[in-house]
Design a protein around this ligand. Structure first.
Ligand code: NAP
Ligand code: F7E
Length: 373
């Protein structure tokens, strides 16, 4: 039997790390692309390094030659193209870089496969996004909902979606897009709204932060758990024909609801008062008496800094096709469980960071006093 060999671009990201674990557990040989940076920051996959079937290679989505050479060397049977400048707000600040990586990068991967004559043996998964629906034209959104991208990120991803479809039709390649709605986890980047909230709730509950500043609290998202979603990426490539799928939970919540629940799990009950830019989340109760001083304090405030020139405010996915054709369960992890997992993790992280910082301070003091050599 021939071996399953996966090549993952974006292996150091949230999804890349979970997908690596998933594919390794299925017996795949997993190859990941990393890029040079001045700091070796590979926290999410550090536990996998040294695993016999796990290999890392330097390449870059902006460098065709590196991709062509790597695809030729690895001879993958499946490519998961997850690499992207994935932050929507940052795409307004770096639109050209976003287009190069998120749009032309997809073309580079497709051409790397063709250049190596692997079109008939290598399947390709493209990390597409609910941001394509943007200024939404219907609710909830499914595979037939028209696209209306509403940020430089979404416009770049739209090119990625269409070039995948084009190569499928023009060259009969097995390439598909998963149109994934927001999926989060304890490994989520710290500037995405969910992780920003769970970290802030944990820090405030442990006296390390005074206040959390957010943008649009009314924004609505269909939030799932990243660990559940990587299984679906794999299922899309195991389907008998190449097709695109919406991956979502089918349940929608606002940024305000996420904030409210996260603080609750951190032991702080909030009440939201006021409107628009003047809205605040006030602490009305605490579960830990050490935090009594928080009662009456405005712990959540709105800041213009986190508003976007155009914002997508009503995402709600319909996962019926994935459920029916892939047998995927969109409800494996509920919204409440997702928030609980993230807050529990961040409460422990903040406590551990505090212990580490105290040890560093103590060590510095002991060194200064000559108590340790
Ligand atoms: P992420 O945590 O931001 O990870 C992005 C990955 O892309 C990182 O490994 C990053 O490497 C890599 N990358 C960026 N630019 C690169 C370049 N020029 N060359 C090589 N690698 C590069 O994103 P994620 O949340 O895991 O999302 C994975 C994919 O799904 C992305 O394409 C994203 O746009 C898409 N998506 C995500 C969601 C979601 O809710 N998470 C929803 C829909 C679609 P470094 O570590 O070196 O920065
Ligand atoms: O924002 C609002 C913000 O940055 C969600 C990426 O993975 O999912 C992600 O993109 C909502 C937006 O994610 C803050 O305006 C309010 O309406 O967590 P986010 P995103 O933009 O939905 C899609 C599917 C992807 O494909 C992307 O790669 O929350 N919001 N206040 C805020 N957002 C942030 N970041 N920070 C705030 O303070």
């Amino acid at each position: 039997m021939s071996k399953n060999i996966a090549l993952i671009t974006g292996v150091t990201g949230q999804d890349g790390s979970y997908l690596s674990e998933f594919l390794l557990s299925k017996g795949y040989e997993v190859h990941g692309i990393i890029r040079r940076s001045s700091v070796d920051y590979r926290e999410r996959i550090a536990h996998l390094e040294g695993t016999p079937n796990f290999h890392l290679h330097y390449a870059d989505m902006g460098d065709s030659m590196s991709l062509v050479k790597l695809v030729g060397k690895v001879q993958p049977t499946e490519i998961y193209n997850l690499a992207a400048q994935s932050h929507v707000q940052v795409s307004f600040d770096a639109p050209e870089f976003t287009a190069d990586v998120d749009a032309v990068g997809v073309l580079r991967v497709l051409e790397a496969v063709r250049t190596n004559h692997l079109e008939k043996t290598c399947k390709i998964y493209q990390a597409s996004t609910s941001e394509l629906y943007g200024k939404v034209e219907e609710v909830p959104q499914n595979e037939k909902t028209p696209f209306h991208p509403y940020s430089p990120y979404a416009v770049a991803k739209l090119y990625g979606f269409w070039i995948i479809k084009e190569y499928r039709e023009a060259y009969d390649m097995f390439c598909c897009s998963g149109i994934l709605f927001n999926h989060e986890s304890e490994r989520r980047g710290e500037t995405f709204v969910t992780r920003k909230i769970t970290l802030a709730a944990a820090r405030i509950a442990q006296g390390k932060q005074q206040c959390l500043y957010l943008g649009n609290l009314d924004s609505l998202r269909d939030w799932g758990y990243a660990k559940d979603y990587v299984e679906c990426m794999w299922l899309i490539l195991q389907h008998d024909k190449p097709e695109d799928f919406v991956i979502a939970t089918g349940v929608q919540h606002s940024v305000r609801e996420f904030t409210d629940l996260a603080f609750k799990y951190a032991g702080i009950t909030l009440e939201f008062k006021g409107e628009g830019m003047n809205e605040v989340g006030v602490c009305v109760a605490v579960s830990n008496p050490d935090n009594n001083a928080l009662i009456g304090k405005e712990l959540v405030k709105v800041s213009e800094d986190f508003y976007r020139p155009t914002d997508v405010v009503n995402l709600w996915g319909d996962p019926a096709k994935a459920k029916k054709e892939l047998g995927w369960n969109p409800q494996t992890t509920s919204f409440e469980e997702l928030v609980r997992i993230m807050v529990t993790h961040d409460m422990q992280k903040v406590a551990a960071d505090h212990v580490a910082a105290t040890m560093r301070t103590n060590l510095a003091e002991y060194l200064e006093k000559g108590l340790v050599k």
